[in-house]
Design a protein. Sequence first.
Length: 458
Amino acid sequence: MTDLVTVAELGGAFAAIGGTAYLKHAHPAAYWSTVGLPVSVARLLGSYSSIMDACGLTVEPPRWRALAVRATTRREVRPVPPRRGIIRPTSTGLRMRLRLAPGQEPADLAASAERLRHAWGVHAVYVRDVKPGVVELRLVGFDVLRKVRMPRRAGADLLRVPVALREDATAFVRDYRAVPHELVLGATLSGKSMYLRNLIAGLATQPVVLVGIDCKRGVELSPFAARLSALATDPEQAAELLPVLVKEMEDRYDLIKARQGTAPGTPEELITSDIWGLPEDERPSPVVLFVDEVAELFLVATRKEEERRDEMVTQLIRLAQLGRAAGIYLEVCGQRFGAELGKGATMLRAQLTGRVSHRVNDEASAKMVLGDIAPEAVSAACSIPAERPGLAVAGDTSGGWSRIRTPYISLADAAATCRGMAHLAPDVPALSPFKPYVPPAPTAKPAEPLSHPRPVVE
């Protein structure tokens, strides 16, 4: 009888271990909430002081405290770690604030993040500067980029689209007001189209004018035609569309100039240098221009095409330099974008503040995107595995960068969102000639009568 009980207990223990291992692999979020979080909190509370001391993050206590300890307890005075705040559990990890000791800086904690990760048994540790003397330590319990789940509170707003998830489990928000223009590069099947799909689906729900240039005959942007105000599907059409956008930009500048009151005594609210200072009833709708496969606009075969190319590039550069104040923003996408494309490529790239690099085929392509703003991010972009489409490195001209991954959204769902939000497309008369054709929605066929009617059961 005792042997049977022992065998049953062992079987139950093995089943529990196997279930825990399966839960950790298949459902890491559930594993973290049930097992990982309590274990990590216990490790943190039990070893906080010793780990901080081992990582060199402790300092000598103030003299008054050392004298008090010697006078009351006659113990050895030991270095003190940063003062720890309340531990706040999250669905992906935990957060806590630390008050730095005198002489410490956030870089000291950031340099020890990898050692803290191993000591507390978590996936990653990130340090964020909150205010002078206070930092936030964010511990991530598992690889949140393996299966992307966007946070519930992602901060969506006008011209703000939560488009991806950062590796620290926060939302990567594409904010056009803060970063007007962006360059998105990636090799075939790297997830660049998924990034663009998420972005268009997010903007489709806002009163924003969406314009597309897709020189692959429109195969990338045509599914969203119901929400687009204009679409060019080849370089010839793009050469006709870009001057219209430049003219629209100039008209908006004339509107701003006419509204400006610079006479003495003019109220401050009537003085503006961009469309956001105009009254809401006079403010034109913002415009987002998507350029897919930008290299197609640069490639030429004849002298006539070369002249057209130079005109288009000049107009794109003008939109990138002057469009922000007029509410016109650029989203430029491609597989490669460098000086070898021709005159104006480097100048256009310099105007694109935001940078997103998906998996690329060579280091030179990664340097084209990130080399001039965050050189240390180039190696991160080159190490993106092919089996993780959608994984990318995002940076901006401030020098900061992070790994992100876009959530999966099917083309049918994104197209359905655009069809359902077609009424939100603002009316821009100048773009009417470029409005893409939207085929009518297929009507459901009436049900055919049964060849053998079912018998009526009384």
